[in-house]
Design a protein around this ligand. Structure first.
Ligand SMILES: NC(=O)c1ccc[n+]([C@@H]2O[C@H](COP(=O)([O-])OP(=O)(O)OC[C@H]3O[C@@H](n4cnc5c(N)ncnc54)[C@H](O)[C@@H]3O)[C@@H](O)[C@H]2O)c1
Length: 210
């Protein structure tokens, strides 16, 4: 189906569904109900049914969804067969944690190189990922089109400009700086303080009545 027709909110939940279905598949399970999925991924079952209807997966009453069919769809949609290489900029506290983690549960995304400004960190590698000096960004980055930004916030815009000029298509920005990018570059901001404030707000104003 035409992937552009999937709403963005649905598309964002696909990796979540994919991860859970993959583990079901590995356990040898052939089917799953929307309630089971809902419990596991913490998305309400009506939303799951609507999401799945976008890609033609209509659950059968008393049967649920076919795990194999869904996985096949997700693999294609999320390009699971294609490896996305990622560059990380800023090997400090957060960057180091990401390098150690390196999406190990997710075999389609991999940090393949990192950059830092500190000469004590560069020229080495961390869990097999080379760390280059930021001055060598343009020389080393090659075909990598996705970047993770974990530098101090006052460096974020400068690095974003360099990544964008080079042809980066997507940037996952963990700094609190709201960076601007030219058209054609997509930035997702992940700001932990905003997320925690939102959670606290929801706890206060929308308590779960269970
Ligand atoms: N540590 C956390 O839990 C956390 C959580 C959420 C967000 N953040 C944000 O993530 C960013 C990184 O946080 P941190 O705690 O890892 O900081 P940190 O100071 O430990 O690491 C920053 C790293 O960036 C490098 N750096 C500085 N200027 C650079 C440049 N121009 N080019 C390349 N590398 C450069 C530094 O040498 C250092 O290794 C900050 O913007 C912070 O606000 C951190």
């Amino acid at each position: 189906m035409d992937q552009n027709k999937i709403p963005q909110a649905t598309a964002k939940r696909l990796p979540l569904y994919y991860r859970f279905l993959n583990s079901l598949h590995q356990q040898g399970k052939n089917r799953v109900s929307s309630n089971e999925l809902s419990d596991a991924v913490k998305v309400d079952s009506a939303t799951i049914r609507r999401d799945f209807s976008y890609f033609g997966a209509l659950g059968k009453k008393g049967y649920g969804y076919n795990v194999e069919y869904l996985l096949g769809f997700f693999r294609k949609t999320l390009d699971q067969d294609e490896l996305t290489e990622v560059a990380l900029v800023g090997v400090g506290n957060l960057g180091t944690a990401f390098l150690h983690y390196n999406f190990l549960k997710n075999n389609n995304t991999k940090i393949v190189m990192a950059f830092d400004a500190d000469p004590d960190k560069t020229g080495t590698d961390m869990d097999g990922v080379p760390i280059y000096h930021i001055d060598d960004l343009e020389e080393k980055i090659g075909d990598v089109r996705v970047g993770i930004l974990t530098v101090p916030s006052d460096e974020a815009q400068r690095i974003t400009n360099r990544l964008s000029n080079y042809g980066m298509e997507g940037i996952l920005n963990f700094t609190p700086a709201r960076v601007t990018v030219p058209p054609g570059v997509r930035v997702h901001h992940i700001d932990l303080s905003i997320e925690i404030q939102a959670l606290v707000y929801f706890l206060k104003h929308y308590p779960l009545n269970v």
